[in-house]
Design a protein around this ligand. Structure first.
Ligand SMILES: [Zn+2]
Length: 79
């Protein structure tokens, strides 16, 4: 391999948005950031990142009470 005709292929630190850091080799020659990595990607963790829809329904139910979810016919039948 001739000198000075190839880009430098240095070891750099990659920092993910989840806080995980790992080393790789890159011609960029400096550290860089990624949004997702093998540590936090749903494919690898088996989890979804945003899974709070069920929790929101529960909050709503607490706020308005279970009465809200009863059918109007049931309420009026109590007379
Ligand atoms: Zn990550």
């Amino acid at each position: 391999m001739k000198d000075k005709i190839h880009p430098e292929y240095k070891e750099v630190n990659v920092r993910c948005a989840c806080g995980y850091t790992f080393k790789t080799r890159s011609t960029m020659g400096h550290d860089f950031q990624v949004d997702i990595c093998s540590n936090c990607h749903p494919f690898y963790t088996g989890k979804q990142k945003y899974v709070d829809t069920a929790g929101r329904v529960e909050k709503f139910q607490k706020k308005f009470g279970s009465e809200y979810f009863k059918k109007p016919a049931e309420k009026s039948a109590k007379k």
